[in-house]
Ligand binder design. Structure first.
Ligand SMILES: [Zn+2]
Length: 175
């Protein structure tokens, strides 16, 4: 089950594992919390939270040589719960910031005053020129996806690069 940047397995009510990909402290790329009970090999096994004695936190960070480093620490159950609460708070703050940015975009056509409508993504082809020529090099072409909004009165367009904000934006009705 996914919850923003967190995934609870097998379920959120009484998980054994929590995969965390967003809302992490600075420098941590991903983290996993497993709930554990003593016994078995190698000394403890993953169990549901309700039957757990402690938790293990594994974090993946980028070290100074540019390689990935995994660190494991044992946590008390209350510390694991607090870690998850902090992740949830960071995810909520991130969502609120994205909502604020989306709502701040003005989609009104400057000529007509009407809201531009979302017409989907358009693939823009970009290219470099061939050597000593104005012709585009066939090998250097890329398609760049742009979210496009069009004024239905005058046809003027607004474009947003893919990968920044979720689209369509709230100000632009779907055509
Ligand atoms: Zn217009």
């Amino acid at each position: 089950m996914k919850d923003g940047g967190m995934e609870f397995r097998p379920d959120a009510d009484d998980p054994k594992r929590v995969h965390i990909k967003g809302g992490l402290p600075e420098g941590v790329a991903q983290a996993e919390i497993t709930f554990r009970a003593r016994g078995g090999w190698p000394g403890s096994r993953a169990v549901r939270r309700s039957g757990a004695e402690f938790a293990r936190l594994s974090t993946t960070t980028l070290n100074s040589q540019g390689g990935w480093e995994i660190t494991s620490t044992q946590l008390a159950l209350e510390e694991a719960a607090e870690y998850i609460r902090q992740v949830r708070r960071r995810l909520e703050a991130r969502d609120a910031e994205i909502r604020r940015r989306r709502e701040a975009v003005d989609l009104r056509c400057p000529s007509c005053g009407a809201d531009r409508a979302y017409i989907g993504t358009l693939g823009f082809i970009t290219a470099n020129t061939r050597i000593l020529s104005d012709e585009p090099s066939r090998l250097d072409q890329h398609v760049v996806q742009q979210h496009a909004y069009r004024c239905e009165s005058c046809g003027s367009m607004a474009y947003f690069a893919d990968g920044y904000l979720p689209h369509p934006l709230p100000g632009g009705h779907r055509s």
